[in-house]
Design a protein around this ligand. Structure first.
Ligand code: IPM
Ligand code: MG
Length: 362
């Protein structure tokens, strides 16, 4: 079969890790007899340099034309001027918003092979297998007013955490549905003791719960969740939360797995139904890591696993996705590690070598 995939390498280590994911796709294509047509485009800082916009119109048009988008990372010190009219991050946020990708799935699974290379005691992280469902197109990231101005008493700035009932309901539904397919536990995370938007969030979660009798719902304040995540992470199954809380909690949760360099993500406009794959954008949860860029050291596994999620959720290619995941496992099993997960007795490799080792094993 033939599939069009938009590929947006972006900035920093983005192009390096995306190249390795492309290798894995190529290997899958050969083994399973598919053709993946990768259409490359600019987003982020590189797009600002080349087009004067972080999300040029041709990039957006190309993404819409394809079945799915694979993205590296955006941002870097070169474009960090707080006065700049546009920032690389606007490209990513624009894509999420313009493509309606409100549901961000961030699975955090501790690979038993790496339980010793985290900062935690192995018994704390062993068996961790959780999924964070992060609302991706609302909240502080997009709420209005959002601006900065001068007053006689100095500068002021405002961001708004705004949510509508519809926005809350549709993301909670993704949380409930996923919990139903998994271990049937859902933690809805808010700050209802302080924030009005969180009180609405919690109210709606309580209203929806009777429609999912098989799911055990609990409400957690975000600060308590941050603590529980490192105290007893195995307790979690599905966590559903608003945009900013999800951003922060997933960086924290990534450390359970050992490194941000391991964690993939999918951004969707709802869950795929049985047998009906769905458009999505796939990216590692790590950023552009500008200080690591161009050195062939970045861990490509998060992006390679993002490509696996793309195959499964947007193309309906389950066996192919599993082949990539198994290949990653076998490369780790053979003792190969990038710097971020290096452990005694293992062989340290760079970005390209890790990509080759995985592709060979597909
Ligand atoms: C993420 C990133 C982005 C976010 C940045 C790059 C805008 O941190 O995907 O978690 O905040 O959503
Ligand atoms: Mg983040």
């Amino acid at each position: 079969m033939n599939f069009d995939i938009a590929v947006l390498p972006g900035d920093g280590v983005g192009p390096e890790v995306v190249a390795e994911a492309a290798k894995a796709l190529d290997a899958v294509g050969q083994r399973f007899d598919h053709e993946f047509f990768l259409a490359y485009g600019d987003v982020g800082g590189v797009a600002i340099d080349n087009w004067g916009s972080a999300l040029p119109a041709p990039t957006l048009a190309m993404c819409k034309r394809c079945r799915a988008v694979l993205l590296g990372a955006v941002g870097g010190p070169k474009w960090d001027d707080p006065q700049a009219p546009t920032r690389p991050e606007d490209g990513l946020l624009g894509l999420r918003q313009k493509l309606g990708l409100y549901a961000n799935l961030r699975p955090v699974k501790v690979n038993p092979l790496l339980a010793d290379s985290t900062n935690f005691k192995p018994q704390v992280v062993k068996g961790v297998d959780l999924m964070v469902v992060r609302e991706l197109t609302g909240g502080l990231y997009f709420g209005k007013p959002k601006r900065r101005w001068r007053t006689s008493r100095g500068r002021r700035a405002v961001d708004s955490m705004a949510y509508s009932e519809q926005e809350i309901e549709r993301i909670l539904r993704v949380g409930f549905e996923l919990a139903r397919m998994r271990r049937k536990r859902l933690a809805s995370v808010d700050k209802a003791n302080v924030l009005e938007s969180s009180r609405l969030w919690r109210e709606i979660a309580i209203e929806m719960a009777p429609h999912y009798p098989e799911v055990a719902l609990e409400h957690l304040l975000v600060d308590a969740c941050a603590m529980r995540l490192i105290q007893r992470p195995v307790d979690f199954d599905v966590i559903v939360t608003e945009n900013t809380f999800g951003d922060i909690l997933t960086d924290e949760a990534s450390m359970l797995a050992g490194s941000m360099g391991l964690l993939p993500s999918a951004s969707l406009a709802g869950l795929p139904q049985a047998g009906k794959p769905r458009y999505g954008l796939y990216e590692p949860i790590h950023g552009s890591a500008p200080r690591r860029a161009g050195q062939d050291v970045a861990n490509p596994i998060a992006t390679i696993l993002s490509a696996a999620m793309l195959l499964r959720l947007s193309l309906g290619l389950e066996r192919e996705a599993a082949a990539i995941e198994a290949a990653v496992d076998r490369a780790l099993q053979a003792g190969f590690r990038t710097y971020d997960i290096m452990a005694p007795g293992c062989t340290q490799v760079g970005t390209k070598r890790m990509g080759d080792l995985v592709a060979e094993r597909v």
